[in-house]
Design a protein around this ligand. Structure first.
Ligand code: ADP
Ligand code: ZN
Length: 216
């Protein structure tokens, strides 16, 4: 099953997408993670991307479109993938259509996750991420057992540079102007589902599973 998760920053695409991938053996393809690993490596692409990410702007379409194709057709995507953070605007959505057609890959579900702005800001500003395994925690809602330390692997937790107040505000604005139009783009499709992403993590996950229908 090939799934697109979309929705505002902080809605839980990464958290829920990771869980889905672990439970069903899908390949997680998270555009933000791919970009952050380029930044970490210090590649030319990473250096370029960082200037946009630091201020909460979208990295140019040509850059992200170029990065996604090889992932979608990778051997480990054969059992399915969960695409998160791409597409983020209509140009990217159209590029994805061409890419999928070229490789005869079909999307089974496009899931829109929604939560109100106060919830998003609160989740983003309290978020902590493991520098070793990438697992996410929250200062108040799901704190690690030992402060600063990942429960899963013992790695050091950090706060993302763009999870600060100013940049969160910019990312939410960019979402409204550039990504939210994808709702119109996808909502007429049979594949489209919308999921309430507020509340308890397990409840959200159950709603997501329901939205996906029978998972193969
Ligand atoms: P979030 O969804 O919480 O904002 P991500 O990790 O998905 O976080 O993205 C972080 C940043 O990476 C974005 O603010 C943007 O700068 C860049 N980015 C991620 N995906 C894309 C994309 N599809 N197109 C352009 N830029 C992107
Ligand atoms: Zn960890």
């Amino acid at each position: 099953m090939n799934i697109i998760l979309f929705g505002p920053p902080g809605v839980g695409k990464g958290t829920q997408g990771t869980r889905l991938s672990e439970d069903y053996g899908f390949l997680p393809i998270a555009m933000g993670d791919l970009l952050r690993s380029e930044v970490k490596e210090g590649s030319d692409l990473g250096l370029k991307a960082k200037t946009y990410m630091d201020v909460g702007a979208l990295v140019p379409d040509a850059v992200v479109i170029g990065m996604i194709e090889s992932r979608i057709v990778a051997d480990d995507a054969a059992k399915g993938f969960v695409l998160d953070g791409f597409p983020r605007n209509v140009v990217q959505a159209e590029a994805l259509v061409d890419m999928l057609a070229k490789h005869a890959v079909l999307i089974d579900r496009v899931v829109f996750m929604q939560a109100n702005k106060a919830v998003l800001v609160e989740r983003l500003s309290g978020r902590l991420i493991c520098s070793a395994c990438g697992f996410g925690f929250h200062r108040h809602h799901s704190p690690p057992e030992k402060e600063g330390c990942c429960d899963r692997c013992g790695g050091t937790l950090y706060q993302r540079d763009d999870d600060c107040e100013d940049v969160i505000e910019s990312r939410l604005k960019v979402y409204v102007t550039q990504t939210a139009p994808l709702l119109d783009y996808y909502s007429g499709s049979d594949l489209f589902r919308s999921v309430d992403a507020e509340g308890d993590l397990d409840d959200i996950y159950s709603r997501l599973q329901q939205a996906l229908g029978e998972i193969n």
